[in-house]
Design a protein around this ligand. Structure first.
Ligand SMILES: O=C(O)c1cccc(C(=O)CC[C@H]2O[C@@H](n3cnc4c(=O)[nH]cnc43)[C@H](O)[C@@H]2O)c1
Length: 233
């Protein structure tokens, strides 16, 4: 199976590629930082859902045109963990990928885009593939929580913001900025998608001192080769 792993930044690309066979340029002119590691391409597509969606769609279209289509897309990166659900240093596997702030504000509160009738705000991760991923991680001794992963365009920075999201999306496990963009592009191309987030910080009051990016990248470097071994051979 050919895999496309989409990250936001090159530090996440390097973490994902750390445990994979030798990498070389993926040959994507619009994304020169993308690398091929055997049957896996690791693409740092940029921060936020728009950049992630554009990069994913470009890579999927180029691969299909070249007769080397990807068969699975993984949105991978660091993320915030919802307190009591996903601890800093933990790993979250998305059961669904949710655009958590896509919609309209109103005197009656937030109105999600699907309530407005303008399109989906949730993409279910493939349950079979998610189950396989969870089992592979467990067998490799990598603890992972499975739950909804929220995509936001603005990193939550207050307790009130975190509580509002947890109320709006019960069971939310993690927050990132790219998953829904990646999933939207994968759906458009008929390719299944997974999202995996290594938790670098708690979702809540902005406190850079609480960010553990290096540790989260190490967790990512441990988890991604397990997923590649499960799906990429
Ligand atoms: O608030 C800051 O000063 C700050 C410090 C370090 C990183 C940031 C980011 O905005 C990182 C966004 C980037 O990392 C992912 N990420 C990591 N934690 C979270 C989070 O709690 N909520 C949303 N995204 C997060 C995200 O996917 C981006 O790629 C800010």
């Amino acid at each position: 199976m050919r895999l496309l792993v989409v990250t936001a930044v090159t530090a996440e690309r390097d973490a994902c590629a750390r445990g994979l066979p030798g990498s070389g340029p993926a040959g994507l002119p619009a994304y020169p930082d993308a690398v091929d590691c055997g049957r896996v391409t690791v693409l740092p597509g940029g921060v936020g859902p728009a950049a992630a969606g554009a990069a994913t769609a470009t890579a999927l279209a180029c691969a299909r045109a070249a007769g080397r289509p990807y068969e699975l897309v993984v949105s991978a990166g660091i993320g915030g963990g919802f307190p009591g659900v996903a601890p800093v240093g933990g790993l979250v596997l998305a059961s669904e990928i949710v655009a958590a702030d896509l919609g309209a504000d109103s005197p009656d509160g937030f109105l999600p885009l699907d309530v407005l009738g303008f399109g989906p705000v949730r993409h279910a991760a493939d349950p079979g593939l998610t189950g396989r991923a969870a089992a592979a991680l467990r067998a490799a001794g990598v603890a992972a929580v499975t739950g909804p992963v929220l995509t936001v365009s603005t990193v939550t920075g207050t307790a009130a913001g975190a509580h509002a999201l947890a109320r709006r999306y019960p069971g939310a496990a993690a927050e990132g900025m790219e998953g829904f963009g990646v999933a939207t592009a994968a759906r458009a191309h008929g390719v299944p998608v997974l999202e995996v987030r290594a938790i670098s910080n708690p979702v809540g009051p902005r406190d850079r001192a609480t960010w553990r990016i290096r540790e989260a990248l190490d967790v990512l470097a441990t988890a991604v080769p397990v997923l590649v071994k499960e799906f990429g051979t």
